[in-house]
Design a binder for this molecule. Structure first.
Ligand code: F6P
Length: 369
């Protein structure tokens, strides 16, 4: 591959934050500076470039060694992020006073050129990397880095942020066992994950749940209730039920909180729905805990730090080798590159015959099917 001539690169973080973003940023910055490249960070997704006037201190943050010192273990992102700033569907106020979605990708590519930016390292999930793919198609040199607590990106064994989310959720389940047992209650724990059940599945198995409800397996609440009843026969008078936010009953839909212009629908409330129905069917007291954004906070685990640092360094190597339009991906023991188009084609959901599902079934965990 021809050696690409690069003087200045940009990094951005888009969509929901995930533990490990700062570790990737540090890795990209140090590896790039070591090649003699200049690095800037775009604030809040692409907003720093699309609306520089909104940032009195500048929409682009110069990223020096000093700026990225001591950030590897920090949650969040020093660049800021947004899930309302899709440049292909940018919420824009029309002359008639109504909001509509406008394609601003051409404008964005021009802004990269105007600012002398030769390439972009985009840290994001399926939405943000889909945008990165559009920019690559429009001629920008782009490398994607797979970020999301949901672990729903194709082409990579793991996204950074997922391990931290599952580790924290598992700790929460450990804590909920004792109070559930003390009160003889059914505790229903709702976790994030959007349309994929990875967080719920891994947390439920690791945290010894009695039932796990995931989007990939529509549930029958009567079967979940029967599983709770069966526990009583074995003298177990409490239960832990993990519900993915995208779980849905057979023949029913997901619980949607809202749908706003320029962003994905917001999910939530299915834990409460399950708890209410289980209480009616079992006559047992049910309580709901929504872990929500707690799963996105805190320090990345060692695993997430390590893959974040590896991904960042691999992204810089990819640019140096002249690659573009690819995402760095974990394929143990290697990090490899997969086309962004392939990684974002469709979501990676839980295969029904995967080992984790089989393990859960062997352990007697109910999926309500
Ligand atoms: O995609 C990551 C994620 O945390 C999902 O699990 C969740 O549905 C969504 O983001 C929540 O987004 P927001 O922060 O906009 O509520």
């Amino acid at each position: 591959m021809p050696k690409a001539r690069i003087r200045k690169i940009a990094i951005n973080t888009g969509g929901g934050d995930a533990p490990g973003l700062n570790a990737v940023i540090r890795s990209v910055v140090i590896a790039a500076l070591n090649k003699g490249w200049e690095v800037v960070g775009i604030r809040d997704g692409y907003n720093g470039l699309l609306m520089p006037g909104e940032y009195p201190e500048g929409g682009l943050l110069p990223l020096t060694r000093g700026r990225v010192r001591g950030i590897t273990h920090l949650g969040g992102t020093i660049l800021g992020t947004t899930n309302k700033g899709n440049p292909a569907k940018y919420p824009t106020l029309g002359p008639d006073g109504r909001w509509y979605e406008k394609d601003r990708t051409g404008e964005l590519v021009a802004a990269f050129k105007r600012n002398g930016i030769d390439a972009l390292v985009a840290l994001g999930g399926d939405g943000s990397l889909g945008i990165a793919n559009l920019l690559a198609q429009r001629g920008l040199r782009v490398i994607g880095v797979p970020k999301t607590i949901d672990n729903d990106l194709k082409g990579t064994v793991a996204t950074f942020g997922f391990d931290t989310a599952v580790s924290f959720a598992t700790e929460c389940l450990d804590r909920l066992h004792s109070t559930a047992e003390a009160h003889r209650r059914i505790m229903v724990i709702e976790v994030m994950g959007r349309y994929a059940g990875w967080i719920a599945l891994n947390t439920g198995i690791s945290g010894t749940a009695d039932a796990i409800l995931i989007p990939e397996i529509p549930y029958d609440i009567r079967k979940v209730a029967a599983a709770m009843k069966a526990l009583e026969k074995r003298n177990k008078y409490f239960a832990i039920v993990v519900v993915a936010e995208g779980a849905r009953p057979k023949g029913g839909g997901v619980c949607v909180v809202s749908k706003e212009l320029g962003r994905q629908e917001k999910l939530g409330g299915c834990g409460e729905r399950v708890a209410k129905e289980l209480q009616e069917l079992t006559g047992r007291e049910c309580r709901t805990v929504v872990l929500g954004h707690l799963l996105r906070g805190g320090s990345p685990t060692t695993f997430d730090r390590l893959i974040s640092l590896r991904f960042g360094a691999a992204a810089v190597r990819a640019l140096d080798e002249g690659r573009s339009g690819v995402m760095v991906a974990l394929d143990p023991p290697r990090v490899r590159y997969v086309p962004l188009a392939q990684a974002t084609q469709r979501l990676k959901t839980v295969p029904l015959n995967c080992d984790s599902i089989l393990t859960a079934r062997s352990l007697g965990i109910s999926f309500g099917d």
